[in-house]
Design a protein around this ligand. Structure first.
Ligand code: FSX
Ligand code: SF4
Ligand code: F3S
Length: 486
């Protein structure tokens, strides 16, 4: 093994949170190699393509030193029943599955022409672990998108413990690092709550994006190829779904770190998120109800079932514990324009907004420190002159399941919900082409999420909701959503 490969293996292990010196790596090479069986079902083979696009730890390094690629329909020479024989191994193996599982009449594979479901279940029952590689196997992918003519389903729906490595395709580094971890430690890397390797999928892609500064200053590409595009402006307005996507693409990139979608000039289409074909509107437009392929699931079950407590009461101005206000809202007594003018980025955003929407934010008065006050303040920024109920009704019209939230900050006890810097997102989203319905939904969703997080921080088991705000369907729906498991 050359020094470069060794260094890359060490750096990959470091990404996985593991320190290994040369001797440990050479000991692994001399040990027994991990047996790997890779199955193809309904997909485009992009995951396999991605897998071999690695340079420094290439497929050759892997198969010479760490893995024994027992079966891979695209890369192996064997065919027919001879190939099928390779599946009859009596040793532990890692099963990697690429593609969704479609109904028997649409898929038969291998010489015995077994259905996808039969082949998957038979091999999974003998495998030490199953990796679902790609969004097709993880979540169903394009095959399972509406109208799903082949009745495709995900591995997630069939094998609850499968490790999901989504992306259409996932980057070669995410595939290789996950396999390498298994080869070294006989187990999958640390997983997040959605069964995905945490090293790759725990952070929001948008926060690592090289165009984030442009997003913050409200500099958006209006159409592909315009001046803003040439200057590297943010792609949100032409449909980038980066703010809703959890993947490490800006860091690891693709094709041996050559590039990634946003660097190449197109927005992220959320390819590693569940239901990304149907759930994220249109690729080259910001989220809007009119683009919803499926209606947002609602839960209007009454909040009364939480009302078992007289100690913890949520009101419009915060959360009371034994009549004492313990979680409340806080922001500075300046108006929005003054706040934004405090730094260059904010001033640029303000000017961009004024230019575009011809609104004078200086006239905006300080908002009261209540949840409904936040909503009113946002509607003022948007230039909407509506009552609280009308605003809530409007937010409730939003059909897409993904919210564009405000970034409220929570500080610990006494809990402060700091909204000071959050309002800038209303300007950013509006400049970025989100309609008022989508923005108001995001505001209500953020309020509900803050309340749920505060209640979790207070570690209370039951709670009472008081006041008209919490009687509106949209608040009931979003609170039910965020209080799941409460
Ligand atoms: Fe293709 Fe893989 Fe997309 Fe699917 O990647 S790149 S359609 S995730 O299963 O081959
Ligand atoms: Fe980058 Fe897209 Fe976020 Fe803009 S919206 S900063 S292009 S990830
Ligand atoms: Fe996919 Fe978005 Fe990364 S489209 S490849 S998750 S930038």
């Amino acid at each position: 093994m050359n020094a470069n490969v060794l260094a890359q293996i060490q750096s990959t292990l470091k990404t996985l949170g593991v320190k290994a010196d040369e001797n440990e790596i050479y000991a692994k090479i001399n040990a027994k190699k991990l047996k790997l069986i890779w199955l193809h079902f309904s997909e485009c083979t992009g995951c396999s393509e991605s897998f071999i696009r690695s340079e420094n730890i290439g497929l050759d390094d892997l198969i010479f030193d760490f893995i024994d690629l027992v079966y891979h329909e695209t890369y192996m020479a064997a065919s027919g029943f001879l190939a099928e024989d390779l599946l009859n191994i009596n040793e532990p193996f890692l099963l990697v599955v690429e593609g969704a599982i479609s109904e028997a009449s649409y898929y038969t594979g291998g010489a015995p022409a077994h259905s996808a479901m039969h082949k998957l279940k038979e091999l999974a029952s003998r495998a030490s672990c199953v990796y679902a590689i790609g969004s097709c196997s993880s979540y169903g992918g394009i095959q399972a998108a509406k109208p799903n003519p082949t009745n495709s389903i995900s591995i997630e729906d069939i094998l609850k413990d499968a490790v999901l490595i989504p992306g259409c395709p996932p980057s070669e580094s995410n595939i290789i690092a996950s396999i390498l971890h298994y080869a070294f430690f006989n187990k999958a890397p640390l997983l997040d709550e959605n069964n995905r390797p945490a090293f790759a999928y725990s952070k929001c892609l948008h926060d690592m994006c090289e165009r984030k500064i442009a997003f913050e200053s409200g500099d958006f590409v209006e159409t592909f190829g315009d001046e803003a595009a040439k200057n590297g402006a943010c792609l949100f307005k032409v449909g980038c779904k980066g703010p809703y996507t959890f993947n490490n693409c800006p860091k690891t990139k693709f094709n041996a770190k050559t590039s990634w979608p946003v660097q190449a000039g197109h927005g992220c289409i959320a390819c590693s998120e569940r239901d990304f074909w149907d759930g994220y509107g249109i690729y080259e437009q910001a989220l809007a109800s009119s683009y919803a392929q499926t209606k947002r699931a609602r839960n209007y079950e009454s909040l009364e079932r939480f009302n078992k407590s007289d100690e913890v009461i949520v009101k419009d101005d915060g959360i009371y514990v034994n009549n004492e206000l313990l979680a409340y809202l806080e922001y500075e007594s300046q108006n929005h324009a003054e706040l934004l003018n405090k730094n260059k980025l904010g001033a640029k955003l303000l000017n961009n907004y004024k230019d575009k929407f011809n609104l004078s934010l200086e006239a905006e008065s300080k908002t009261d420190n209540t949840f409904s006050g936040i909503l009113k303040a946002c509607s003022n920024i948007l230039g909407l002159d509506l009552s609280l109920n009308e605003l809530l009704d409007m937010a409730n019209k939003y059909e897409i399941g993904i919210a564009s939230g405000l970034d409220f900050k929570l500080a610990k006890k006494p809990i402060l919900i700091d909204v000071t810097k959050s309002f800038r997102l209303v300007l950013i989203y509006r400049l970025g082409g989100l309609d008022e319905i989508a923005i108001l939904f995001g505001v209500v969703d953020s309020i509900a999420s803050m309340i749920a997080k505060s209640l979790k921080m207070l570690e209370c088991k039951s709670v009472k909701f008081e006041g008209d705000l919490f009687k509106h369907e949209i608040l009931i729906d979003r609170l039910n959503y965020h209080l799941k498991g409460f």
